[in-house]
Write a protein that binds this ligand. Structure first.
Ligand SMILES: [Ca+2]
Ligand SMILES: [Ca+2]
Length: 226
């Protein structure tokens, strides 16, 4: 986290603090971070029988277990955003969203955010629309946001590996649906996006990188609105 202030983080900050999608000014691309940015700020210690050090240690262990359980797509963004789930309970509450955005804003030298619950971001990142924001879901939303370099129309980072579960070099419908994870409208929606990208790129059931980029762009537009 320290010293980070990439363009995508500004969008997170804006989603939470301003409540706007910033559709037409989105990031040229926040690369999936190669460096470890795992330092995070511990949440304020709750009243408990354990010492602050013990509590911090427990949370770090919990976070490590949580990291290992993340879906491949979510794992791409863990270094940059997993800290947002401050209590490592697998969900990102509106309070946690606000704290994370405030921390990012401070690090980027941005103005303080209004002290209101970030309804928009909580809904935006709730990919399956069930009213609850899981940590995996938030990370998948951030990955979707950063997955395709619009300028170059290229995929970024380890995104192909995250989708190509069997390492065949192509992405099948099952791999696509599985890696995208639960979305609003269910598998029918994920499958329709796959079918469209499949058709447009002549992939015949195995999306090549350009087909995956088309599918990701369509999914991003459908799920995030840009
Ligand atoms: Ca949490
Ligand atoms: Ca959800």
């Amino acid at each position: 986290m320290a010293g980070k202030g990439g363009p995508q983080r500004l969008f997170f900050w804006a989603h939470v603090g301003v409540g706007a999608p910033f559709a037409h000014a989105r990031s040229p691309l926040s690369p999936f971070s190669q460096q470890s940015t795992s330092s995070w700020s511990a949440p304020p210690a709750a009243a408990a029988a354990v010492s602050p050090q013990q509590q911090q240690q427990q949370q770090q262990q919990q976070r490590e277990r949580q990291r290992q359980r993340l879906s491949p797509l979510a794992a791409l963004m863990a270094d940059d955003y997993l800290f947002a789930d401050a209590d490592a309970d697998g969900r990102v509450s509106p309070t946690e969203l606000a704290s994370a955005a405030a921390q990012m804003g401070r690090e980027a030298g941005l103005p303080a955010l209004p002290d209101t619950a970030p309804d928009f971001a909580a809904r935006l990142y709730d990919l399956d629309g069930d009213g609850e924001l899981t940590t995996d879901e938030m990370l998948r939303a951030m990955a979707l946001d950063a997955a395709v370099d619009n300028e170059a129309g290229r995929l970024d980072g380890g995104i192909l590996r995250a989708f190509d579960a069997d390492g065949s070099g192509g992405v099948s419908r099952a791999e696509w649906v599985g890696a995208l994870g639960p979305v609003q409208g269910g598998e029918a929606v994920a499958g329709a996006v796959f079918a469209r990208a499949d058709l447009l790129t002549g992939a015949r059931g195995q999306l090549a990188p350009e087909g995956l980029a088309a599918a990701l762009t369509a999914a991003r537009a459908l799920l995030l609105g840009w």
